[in-house]
Design a protein around this ligand. Structure first.
Ligand SMILES: CC(C)(COP(=O)(O)OP(=O)(O)OC[C@H]1O[C@@H](n2cnc3c(N)ncnc32)[C@H](O)[C@@H]1OP(=O)(O)O)[C@@H](O)C(=O)NCCC(=O)NCCS
Length: 339
């Protein structure tokens, strides 16, 4: 047992709001649209194959001078506007990304500065495609724990810089973009307990081709992101449905209580398989943003959410199950009340 020195005072501890919820969502898609035919200029494939195997028709590509910080800032400003909260009210900025091109500093302080949210706490999290859902879990607990009142959670990727445009196994999947949520206090539970976890033994199934050290010392190729498509596909289809179900159970709701299902936009066939396994009823709107936007990794869930809300496909105030999974391998799922 620890002996407590007599002179040691008791520290203050915080407690926060009873609950948290998402107040507003924003998204940013770059101007340039890349169709499958353009992808097929560099790989031996066809528009038809890409559509049938992935559901992807187009994806967006950022300008060479357009950075993760620029795109993240644009999405964040939209989320603030939707929430009716000013940048100066933000206590913390969490950025989920794997494509910020600086090892250090993180993108979050740069975004906080660009949108005028200084001196908010600002840090990046590295959980690949699941990063945004991890960020929502962290923001929820920060607000309820009393370390912040308003938290911006941003998922942003410029995957066009980090994919191999000549790799037949992945060149067609990825897109650029940013999505963001402003999370704040609530008098009802707006974010359910998160079901999350990892399986690091499978780290090689989606990873950079080599490390920065190998790139420097061994004159290897650019450390582009590559994946073992079939292994990832099987893992996502068979392992993620039970996680999504566990998130429903943790929230204390049933599939029929949902208004929307917003899974990571990895592959349309993965989305369809999850819908089937979860036995989602007809009335549940399914996010299928992947057709237009491709797989934008950390940005995919908030971008899909923004599109569903803006198009009226999902109702404001309704319940949405969101689940994301990716490199690590890592995953996170929770039910949210749509803003
Ligand atoms: C990448 C992916 C679309 C490949 O689809 P798949 O159905 O698994 O394809 P396979 O690798 O089994 O290949 C099937 C056939 O298509 C061919 N093929 C592979 N890539 C091709 C391409 N780009 N264009 C045309 N044909 C292709 C293969 O050569 C193979 O031909 P064969 O049957 O004559 O041998 C799919 O595995 C996938 O989406 N995986 C998950 C990826 C993902 O979600 N990543 C992000 C996770 S966050």
């Amino acid at each position: 047992m620890t002996t407590i020195p007599k002179h040691r005072p008791t520290l203050n501890a915080t407690t926060g709001a009873a609950h948290a919820r998402i107040w507003g969502v924003g998204g940013y898609r770059p101007e340039r649209v890349i169709d499958n035919n353009e992808i097929c200029e560099r790989i031996d494939s066809t528009d038809q194959w890409i559509r049938e195997r992935t559901g992807i028709v187009t994806r967006y590509q950022a300008r060479p001078d357009e950075t993760v910080v620029d795109m993240g800032s644009a999405a964040a400003l939209e989320a603030l506007k939707a929430a009716g909260v000013t940048a100066s009210q933000v206590d913390a900025v969490i950025v989920a990304t794997v494509t910020h091109p600086y090892q250090t500093p993180a993108a979050a302080p740069m975004i906080a500065d660009q949108i005028g949210a200084t001196p908010a706490a600002a840090f990046d999290i590295s959980a690949a495609c699941a990063g945004y859902c991890h960020g929502i879990a962290v923001a929820n607990d920060m607000i309820r724990g009393g370390s912040a009142q308003f938290v911006l959670v941003i998922g942003v990727e410029k995957l066009s810089e980090f994919n191999d445009r000549t790799d037949r196994g992945s060149a067609f999947i990825f897109g650029d973009g940013a999505g963001a949520s402003l999370v704040g206090p609530s008098d009802f539970p707006g974010i359910s307990p998160t079901v999350w976890g990892s399986d690091g033994a499978k780290w090689k199934t989606i990873s950079s081709r080599n490390s920065w050290i190998e790139f420097r010392d061994e004159d290897t190729e650019w450390p582009a992101i590559t994946m073992e498509g079939q292994s990832v596909f099987r893992w996502a289809v068979y392992s993620m449905a039970p996680i999504a179900q566990a998130a429903l159970d943790a929230a204390g709701i049933k599939a029929e209580d949902l208004d929307a299902f917003i899974p990571h936009q990895a592959n349309m066939r993965i989305i369809d398989a999850l819908v089937k396994q979860l036995k989602l009823p007809e009335h549940v709107a399914i996010a299928r943003d992947i057709a237009d936007t491709g797989n934008t990794s950390a940005a995919s869930v908030p971008l899909a959410t923004q599109r569903m809300l803006d198009s009226g496909q999902a109702p404001h105030g309704g319940l949405a199950l969101q689940i994301a999974f990716g490199a690590g391998l890592v995953y996170a799922a929770q039910v949210i009340v749509l803003p």
